[in-house]
Design a protein around this ligand. Structure first.
Ligand SMILES: NC(=O)c1ccc[n+]([C@@H]2O[C@H](COP(=O)([O-])OP(=O)(O)OC[C@H]3O[C@@H](n4cnc5c(N)ncnc54)[C@H](O)[C@@H]3O)[C@@H](O)[C@H]2O)c1
Length: 326
């Protein structure tokens, strides 16, 4: 039985807790949240130990893996402490707030031998996994251009409104747009050049639009979270290949070729639970990433997907986007 310690029991902590409950031979044995009632809610019906500050869990709990679902500005501090305690540490995305923090985490992982996975969940989301496979197979030729978009209502659910405080979350760029940036980098690597714009009106850093120029194709990545509460959370892509277009939009995953249009149906695993109150309630990709993480931990194997190095690279590219001026 893999013993899990979960730090941060807000929106994402609840999502992860539900995922662990769907995994065989995995048990949450310790939970920490400054709002103890949040930890108690997730522990209901179990014997899990409850802590307030995450430091107490790290110091006292008997766990095999530690999962950090804290606000972003706390990631580096708690993840490094966790690396001193256990070999397997999962830290939510973005990996940290600053490049310096990212580098310090890499150094600590090297010193301790910790295996760290970052919650860049899009790398594990079914449609995005399928798209990667289609591109890599070469079946429909090379990429001609691609577009990734992520649009969200304002994230108002966070503890002490930390998400709306750029100094603690990094704003929409670091928190939301990084999902697609990380995915694009995982597909294509760093572009030859790029240009990026951000909104100048309204809440700073709430809209980012970046064009990445590769040798023979272009990728656009757009993200915003300044939309009204009634606007549906939207994550879409359209990839134009030489002999097909693959599109994930409006709840449909489609393949268009000169022979016709076809919906690609992905069989989804039946999962128990779901989380309301944030901008997404589907366990899908979260389950997949934690399944991978726990399987690697059970085998004592290294983390090869959504690694700490991947997370730091994506953060550094994102920070270059936010600093870009034409
Ligand atoms: N992968 C995704 O799609 C996705 C989606 C949403 C959030 N996230 C990430 O997950 C992380 C958490 O975001 P959230 O939306 O769950 O925020 P949240 O505000 O809902 O939850 C954070 C929790 O941490 C607790 N906390 C704060 N300081 C603490 C401490 N020192 N010790 C113990 N508990 C403490 C708070 O009480 C709160 O319950 C962030 O890094 C965010 O970017 C990822």
């Amino acid at each position: 039985m893999l013993k899990v310690g979960l730090i941060g029991c807000g929106f994402m902590g609840a999502m992860h807790a539900n995922c662990y409950k769907n995994l065989a031979d995995v048990e949450i044995v310790a939970l920490a949240d400054l709002r103890r009632e949040k930890a108690e809610e997730l522990a209901a019906g179990t014997n899990a130990a409850i802590y307030g500050d995450g430091y107490d869990l790290i110091a006292q709990a008997d766990v095999d893996i530690i999962d950090i679902c804290l606000p972003t500005y706390l990631h580096a501090e708690y993840a490094m402490k966790a690396m001193e305690k256990v070999k397997y540490v999962f830290v939510e995305k973005p990996v940290a707030l600053t490049a310096e923090e990212g580098d310090a985490m890499l150094k600590k992982a090297q010193e301790t031998g910790a295996c760290v996975q970052v919650g860049q969940v899009i790398r594990f989301w079914d449609e995005y996994v399928a798209l990667k496979g289609m591109i890599e197979s070469g079946k429909y030729g090379k990429v001609v251009n691609a577009n990734f978009r992520r649009l969200s209502p304002r994230p108002t659910w966070g503890w002490e409104d930390w998400l709306l405080d750029n100094a603690r979350s990094g704003g929409a760029g670091q928190d939301l747009h990084i999902h697609d940036v990380d995915y694009a980098l995982s597909l294509f690597g760093e572009p030859k050049t790029f240009c990026s714009v951000r909104n100048v009106l309204g809440e700073p850093k709430s809209y980012v639009n970046t064009l990445m120029q590769y040798e023979d194709f272009v990728v656009g990545v757009e993200g915003t979270w300044d939309l009204p509460a009634s606007y549906p959370f939207t994550a879409t892509f359209r990839v134009v290949l030489e002999q097909a277009v693959v599109e994930n939009a409006g709840g449909k995953f489609m393949l268009y070729t000169n022979d016709g249009a076809e919906e690609i149906v992905i069989e989804k695993k039946e999962l128990v639970g779901g989380v309301e109150g944030g901008n997404i309630s589907d366990l899908g990709g979260y389950y997949n990433e934690l399944l991978y993480f726990c399987e690697q931990a059970k085998k004592g194997a290294s983390i090869e997907k959504a690694t700490l190095a991947d997370g730091v690279s994506s953060l550094k590219f994102l920070l270059k986007e936010l600093a870009y001026h034409a």
